[in-house]
Design a protein around this ligand. Structure first.
Ligand SMILES: Nc1ncnc2c1ncn2[C@@H]1O[C@H](COP(=O)(O)OP(=O)(O)O)[C@@H](O)[C@H]1O
Ligand SMILES: [Mg+2]
Length: 247
């Protein structure tokens, strides 16, 4: 069984196709990176898969179940691109809220909260209102909320934006540890050093997947030494440049 499987997935906003015939296959226990320029449709695809918005057509399955479906939502963690924490609540209240939402009991929440606060380095900020935290700190609270119920599949939409390099390394250690424990991680990122740490990456452009594979293999195939250059090569193959005057 695949962790994620989409077939000809389409999501329109009005007449505009933000996700266009997307075929995405993610194995269980993989760290899969979705890469692509702004507006490529990464966030939209992740929102459909985590059950937040409805697809227009095609299939979108998570753990073999068509989404949105309550049966899978308990197995899925979603960290949105924009901070998800409630700014009028404290860090502790946010974590507790999400824990209760997923039906965890008080002891379980307290144990997880302690681990998570240490991980996001906010133990001393436990009782601070989220509105008083910096952007990066808010983002870390968001990550803790997405992880509270130890999901089998984790969708992370640009989780390391605004996170300092030291903490980014810590985040990645944690993602790798989760993978070792069998969690599937689907991540979008703009940082190419992070993308190279994924087991596989998929390049998205204009709602479509234009190439996917193991980072080293994609670079080798295109004769490039960065994923950015590899992306540009695939983008050229997909749609050759139009030369003025040539019909
Ligand atoms: N709620 C919305 N209504 C209309 N258009 C949207 C909405 N959300 C995203 N879009 C458009 O869909 C396209 C894909 O956006 P998005 O999925 O956010 O891409 P990415 O995450 O790759 O930057 C963009 O052109 C964006 O402007
Ligand atoms: Mg996005």
């Amino acid at each position: 069984m695949l962790a994620v499987k989409t077939d000809k997935l389409v999501k329109c906003y009005g007449k505009f196709k933000a996700v266009d015939d997307l075929n995405l296959h993610v194995e269980k226990g993989e760290i899969y990176g979705l890469l692509g320029p702004n507006g490529a449709g990464k966030t939209t695809a992740i929102k459909v898969l985590s059950g937040l918005i409805k697809k227009t057509s095609g299939t979108a399955k998570v753990l073999d179940i068509e989404v949105p479906n309550k049966l899978v939502s308990g197995n899925v963690g979603y960290m949105p691109q924009e901070t998800a924490a409630y700014i009028g609540l404290t860090v502790h209240q946010n974590i507790e809220f999400f824990g209760k939402l997923f039906g965890l009991d008080k002891e379980h929440i307290a144990k997880r909260e302690k681990e998570l606060l240490e991980f996001i380095d906010l133990t001393d900020w436990r009782d601070e209102l989220v509105q008083n935290l910096s952007g990066g700190m808010k983002h870390r609270v968001s990550l803790a909320c997405a992880l509270i119920h130890e999901p089998d599949i984790l969708f992370l939409d640009e989780p390391t934006v605004g996170v300092d390099p030291k903490l980014r390394i810590k985040f990645w250690k944690f993602f790798t540890k989760m993978k070792e424990n069998g969690t599937t991680v689907i991540i979008t990122t703009h940082y190419m050093d992070e993308a190279r740490r994924c087991d596989r990456v998929g390049f998205m452009r204009q709602g479509k997947l234009i190439a996917e594979g193991v980072p080293e293999v994609l670079m080798k195939e295109t004769g490039t030494d960065s994923l950015e250059d590899a992306f540009l090569k695939y983008a050229d193959i997909e749609r050759p440049p139009v030369r003025p005057g040539v019909k």
